[in-house]
Design a protein around this ligand. Sequence first.
Ligand SMILES: C[S@@+](CC[C@H](N)C(=O)[O-])C[C@H]1O[C@@H](n2cnc3c(N)ncnc32)[C@H](O)[C@@H]1O
Length: 465
Amino acid sequence: MENATSTDVPPKRAPRKGERLEVEIDSLAFGGRGVARADGLVVFVAGGLPGDRVLAEVTKGKKRFAEARTVELLRAGADRLPDRCVHGGEPCPGAPWQGLAYERQLAEKQAQVEDSLRRIGGLDGFEMEPIVPAVEEWRYRNKLEYSFGAGAAGTADEGVALGFHARGRWDLIVDVDDCKLASEPGNAARNGVREWARLEDVGAYDARARRGTLRNLVVREGRRTGQIQTRLVTTAARLPRPPVDLHTTIEGDSGGTDGPTGALGEERLHEELCGLKFEMSHGAFFQTNTEMAERLYGVATEFAGLSGRERVFDLFCGIGTIGLTMARSAGEVWGLEIVPEAIADAERNARRNKVENAKFLAANARTGMRPLLEQAGKPDVVVVDPPRAGLSQKIVRRLIECEAQRIVYVSCNPTTLAPNAKQLEEAGYRLRRVRPVDMFPQTPHIECVALLEKVGASAPEESAA
Ligand SMILES: C[S@@+](CC[C@H](N)C(=O)[O-])C[C@H]1O[C@@H](n2cnc3c(N)ncnc32)[C@H](O)[C@@H]1O
């Protein structure tokens, strides 16, 4: 293999970027990369699973560890399953754990949540509940984003390719025909757009030459409504008419700030969740696994221990899904979210479902919590569902000022949940229950729900009295 260092001789120094190493993967690190050792140095290898022997290229060399990516799988580990989602001969970048048996994926996630809380947070004494497995291990995503590119010269993809970036290549797109994380209608929608681009001879945008038109395609699906929405991101608003059966919004471009310039289809996506009807704008967050969002909210509602009278704050509320789900068993709900379109959606969703005990405010949690507290009064329960970075220390301080009896923390990153939970424990809360929910099979992404209770707080049944 060109550029490969002698594979049997381990390096005597920290490897440099671009060097190639032959290594055996021992275990999985947080974030999903394989862990290997080369000459006493830990190497985190993307694309490597336990038992694999791989040829890996170093992407970052540090004194005490290195990061690398798999260039070639030399010998698959004994437990490795054959890849099921493959594009252009390469494993799907959206399914890096597809070689791991599903039971093993669940066990890894369960262990990583517990480990983060114990080791990073120094937390103890909580009940670690078993992970809720996914309803669908494949074809569960309701949203996928694809890139347009020129495709590889001399192949069927030459001209317009529409799919994912080839491994380690920002400039080469591999066509996707059937992504096993997307539904069949979602795949058909993407393929229809590619066919249209080829037929109408609309080219992909070439960043180097600063020429061409098509950049990205987002396909969203209402799993319960059957609605498919495709959003095209382009450098020009004038395009041949897209296939009529696709809802297409075309964006102009100047760094993506122009916003929609032509809405040829339905602007909002419709979905049903927990017995309620939701609408969402394309700029608003929505959980990418509809089925599992229901399970996640079920766990959050159980942890909230509502009796019908509580005042609930739903912080980082998006289009209001958690708050509106809980409103049925609470006294009142107050949602807070930074994206104004999402708040407009939440208000529309409340009206649509005739929920009259929920109010929503567009604000940054950092600055908006004190005014919310002043307006609404102290909550009994606060639900937080922040992005991966978790809560800043200041937001945790604002949360403590709420003096809620229970905090339900929905987390997509246990390594940021851990220090937040620690800070809350130092302020008089106790971490009681933690339950992971597998929202993202075939990937290392972890979601979990944690319940923190104020020490000395009355039990849920008593709080209603
Ligand atoms: C993980 S999503 C959760 C949304 C919602 N709870 C759901 O289940 O669909 C996090 C949300 O926090 C919002 N957000 C991010 N930073 C924020 C901030 N500083 N203050 C308020 N909301 C914020 C995002 O716009 C996003 O809607």
